[in-house]
Design a protein around this ligand. Sequence first.
Ligand code: HEC
Ligand code: HEC
Ligand code: HEC
Ligand code: HEC
Length: 211
Amino acid sequence: MKKLPKLGAGSLAAGLLLLTLFFFDTKWSAASETSFLETVKGHDVQFDNRSVRQVLPVSQPTVLAKEEYQGGTFQVLARKQEIERYRCSSCHIVNGGKEVRGKNALTLTHGNVVVNHGQEGNALACIDCHHPEDRESLEDKKGRKIDFDHSYQLCGQCHFRQKRDWLGGAHGKRVANWAGDRVVYNCTTCHDPHSPRFAKRFPVIYSVPLK
Ligand code: HEC
Ligand code: HEC
Ligand code: HEC
Ligand code: HEC
């Protein structure tokens, strides 16, 4: 009966010793790892924003994105200057909500807009994306206005995976530089919002195929 506590005390002492060694060891190695991590994390200058010589400035108009990239800001190519019929208010009375009238007026002005977006029988309608009163804005699912320069917010409501990939840089493309301020293509720089699929095409070849 007296042997058990003795054994217990012995193993307790040995255990304590091992435990101390273990803690000392892990503490020591953890400390060295942490200090390395801290050095990496300690960099407060964003890598992408470091000034690098020979970086050509992006010449196209850009806007500050309303999203974050790695906790910082980035720029997106603006769209309005590319939209042929902008300003829409040259025909549409923006806040009065008045209709533009005339025989075949819609066909004459927007006949070339063909929507091929969404499954057959469930295709998207103009007002799924355009604001019903203010034609100079897009509209989200909650009825809030979205600026044409920020159309990625519109697309991202339905294509959230692609938008997340785009934010991280896995979908879409960066403009011009790998360094300097981050400027990326907008969704509509590449996709026609009305017919967003790309036509199938034969791969480009640089020589005549062998017979
Ligand atoms: C040259 C004149 C003109 C310009 C510029 C114009 N529109 Fe229109 N738009 C019309 C007419 C006419 C109609 C048909 C009547 C109406 O709905 O007001 C129309 C209708 C529309 C409709 C509703 C279509 C439907 O099937 O009900 C949308 C959406 C629209 N326009 C978007 C735009 C946007 C966005 C712009 C700017 C990028 C624009 N329009 C610029 C003339 C114009
Ligand atoms: C999937 C969303 C979506 C749908 C559906 C949609 N639009 Fe658009 N539309 C856009 C976006 C986004 C732009 C701006 C494109 C850009 O950035 O170049 C645009 C641009 C336009 C423009 C200006 C194009 C130019 O270059 O002048 C007109 C006009 C227009 N839409 C009319 C319509 C009409 C009419 C319908 C319905 C028949 C319609 N849209 C359906 C998203 C949509
Ligand atoms: C209201 C929801 C909605 C919005 C907003 C929207 N889309 Fe779509 N989109 C769809 C649906 C639904 C389909 C059809 C999916 C399918 O056929 O599997 C589709 C299909 C597509 C496709 C083809 C996908 C494929 O697999 O072939 C592309 C590309 C695309 N959308 C891009 C865009 C872009 C760019 C915008 C913004 C201008 C946008 N979409 C805005 C709902 C939306
Ligand atoms: C640099 C050009 C570019 C930009 C910017 C871009 N895309 Fe795409 N997108 C593509 C290409 C290329 C494909 C593949 C098309 C194919 O396979 O036929 C694609 C495919 C898609 C598809 C079809 C499904 C898939 O993943 O293959 C959707 C949906 C889509 N894009 C949505 C978006 C949205 C939303 C944005 C903006 C947040 C965006 N794209 C920005 C070029 C672009």
